[in-house]
Design a protein around this ligand. Structure first.
Ligand code: DHB
Ligand code: MG
Length: 220
């Protein structure tokens, strides 16, 4: 492992492939100033999420776990003008920071921020009749299997569900490591494997956020 080099290459890719983005830079600065942990997706994974939102021609995106809104902004920008992103954040302080960031990014009209525990908010989205084209799950890992189950209900056939942090420095494979977040994510793997509603795989990733991974599932 060479964490420093992985981070360097991440930043090199961003510099050599992506346009400078003062808004995203300002979002990370605002998050840091507000004391939010720097556990957002990396810049290049944010661009991957945006690219996938475009691939599925999404009009309607769901995010579980807003934090400061760094990923939500990148996904919302990939939507058409009449598109909408619903993002759920349990921590009201995070939500407040995210709300300011959405204004900073001029995306207030396109982003619907719901403050509450996702397991309380998600049933309401079903009642409201939402059908999402894309979902990104990046919240408390203990509930990952439950979030994927809600995503199966809320995402339309052909839509994509992406779940963050499914490798965690390789700790995912060590069953003697019973960190509840790892246990939750192992349950996600077990549920996905059995779930006929999804075709799923997972990618290991290295970069500025260390060694981790994404699960990518297609709603059948
Ligand atoms: C951490 C990273 C994440 O991407 C996340 O969603 C939660 C926690 C972490 O590194 O602790
Ligand atoms: Mg994450």
């Amino acid at each position: 492992m060479n964490a420093e080099r992985f981070a360097e290459v991440d930043h090199w890719i961003a510099r050599h492939l992506l346009a400078p983005d003062p808004v995203l830079d300002a979002v990370l600065k605002a998050n840091a100033e507000a004391g939010l942990p720097a556990i957002d997706v990396s810049r290049i994974i944010g661009s991957l999420l945006a690219l996938l939102v475009g691939v599925v021609k999404a009009h309607h995106v769901l995010e579980v776990g807003t934090l400061g809104g760094y990923s939500a902004i990148q996904m919302a920008r990939a939507l058409p003008d009449d598109g909408r992103l619903v993002t759920i954040e349990a921590n009201p302080r995070n939500a407040e920071v995210a709300r300011a960031n959405f204004a900073r990014a001029d995306l207030v009209r396109r982003i619907d921020l719901r403050v509450g525990q996702a397991l309380d908010v998600l049933p309401g989205l079903v009642d409201e009749g939402h059908a999402f084209d894309f979902a990104f799950i990046d919240a408390d890992k203990e509930n990952n299997a439950a979030y994927a189950d809600w995503a199966a209900t809320l995402v339309r056939p052909g839509g994509l569900v992406v779940i963050d942090n499914v490798v965690r420095d390789g700790r995912i494979t060590d069953d003697s490591d019973t960190d509840p977040q790892l246990v939750g994510t192992r349950s996600l793997y077990a549920a996905m494997r059995m779930d006929q509603r999804f075709e799923a795989t997972a990618l290991q990733l290295v970069g500025s956020k260390g060694w981790d991974g994404l699960m990518i599932a297609r709603r059948r």
